[in-house]
Ligand binder design. Structure first.
Ligand SMILES: [Mg+2]
Length: 393
């Protein structure tokens, strides 16, 4: 079996807002074709034009090669060997960042091919199922022009998620910092009021997480507020500080009254090693596409398992990445939840239309997928419909 072609498609939601914080408004989808007629699909959540360049650029010398040139003619089943070839061949030009994201999209597609070629769902090839179900949590992104509207929208989302059968949800409660929703500003005390109102609205038997999206500049500012959140029984607090503030993460991981989660932006196992060993985080959140694909995500999962940490993968993209996250979650013993929003609870047309994730939610849990490969159905018409116009640099 040989790789014969690689196509990468940039898609953009028609109503894209540059001031909105959602990265689900654009995407790069890669399709890897083989000489058998089998093709694989992958995606990654980064600046799509940059990732496309990493894949399609011509190489200049042996450590700055284009991924497409590196892979044409290779056997797609050799996922680990090809991961290493891509990593070394782009080491000088990209190494991490968008380069690792591009490798992640391609690696995801190679696993899809492997599953289809062997007639097995990907999780079986990753080592097999540790569980008979996947527990999804709903990621809730509130709207509002002021703090009250923001709180009400979050409570409304929460009630809809619970009515949908979810057992767990994550509140994006971000009234400041680089990710403040459409620039909305509020105080830490108002955030405490919002999270408290959400807990009261949903009752004590529902699992809640909170994502403050890099809000605080230092650990002490964070502690000043989150030490009051102990009685709210949060499963984790996500990204309280910028992710390179490893010293701050170490302080919070020791002193916060809940688990600390981070890692959605990280590229490669090496960055997770720093976050786990120096930042001491409790919950590692690899995004399969960004971290370097399923090959690298599994390495991160094993490193976390060795250290007694949990995995809760980040996923805020289309059904392609969601499916990859689900296969990862099934094949490890320490993943209590995956980030998941069913198409009918999202307003992202890319999530709704680009691909069928092949997952079925019943009574708050997702059944194990049984189709070969990732089990997704790529909608080529939607790929065409949302395709961005080419940019010539
Ligand atoms: Mg987040």
């Amino acid at each position: 079996m040989k790789i014969t072609a690689i196509e990468s498609y940039i898609v953009v939601a028609p109503d894209l807002r540059e001031d909105a914080t959602s990265s689900s408004q654009d995407n790069i989808v890669v399709v890897v074709y083989t000489d058998t007629g089998i093709f694989g699909v992958g995606e990654t959540d980064t600046g799509p034009w940059i990732a496309k360049s990493v894949i399609e650029s011509p190489g200049s010398h042996s450590m700055a090669l284009g991924i497409k040139d590196l892979l044409i003619g290779e056997d797609p089943l050799e996922t680990s060997a090809l991961w290493h070839k891509m990593y070394v061949g782009t080491c000088m030009s990209t190494r991490r960042g968008a380069g690792m994201c591009a490798i992640g999209a391609i690696d995801m597609a190679l696993w899809d091919i492997k599953g289809k070629a062997l007639g097995q769902p990907v999780y079986k090839l990753l080592g097999g199922a540790y569980t008979d179900k996947i527990v999804p949590y709903a990621s809730l992104q509130p709207h509002g022009d002021n703090v009250n509207q923001y709180r009400d929208s979050l409570i409304d989302w929460l009630k809809r998620a619970k009515a949908h059968g979810f057992q767990a949800a994550k509140l994006e409660c971000t009234l400041g910092g680089p990710y403040a929703h459409t620039g909305l500003q509020g105080s830490d005390e108002e955030m405490t009021e919002i999270v408290t109102a959400c807990r009261e609205a949903v009752g004590k038997d529902f699992i809640l997480m909170v994502d403050v999206q890099y809000l605080w500049r230092d650990a002490k500012s964070a502690l000043r507020t989150i030490r009051h959140w102990e009685n709210l029984d949060l499963f984790f607090l996500e990204t309280p500080l910028l992710v390179d503030n490893l010293e701050g993460y170490a302080i919070l991981s020791k002193e916060a009254p809940m688990r600390i989660a981070a890692g959605e932006w990280l590229n490669s196992r090496y960055e997770f090693l720093e976050l786990m060993d120096d930042g001491l985080i409790d919950v590692a959140q690899p995004d399969v596409g960004r971290v370097g694909g399923l090959t690298e995500a599994m390495r991160v999962c094993h490193l976390a398992e060795d250290r007694g940490r949990l995995i809760v993968p980040h996923c805020w993209n289309s059904g392609i990445g969601i499916s990859a996250s689900a296969h990862l979650a099934i094949a490890i013993p320490h993943c209590p939840f995956i980030e998941y929003l069913p198409p009918d609870l999202t307003d992202s047309p890319l999530r709704t239309e680009l691909a069928d994730d092949g997952l079925t939610m019943t009574n708050g849990v997702l059944e194990l997928p049984d189709k070969p490969g990732l089990g997704i159905e790529l909608n080529f018409e939607a790929l065409d419909k949302f395709r961005a116009s080419e940019i010539i640099l």
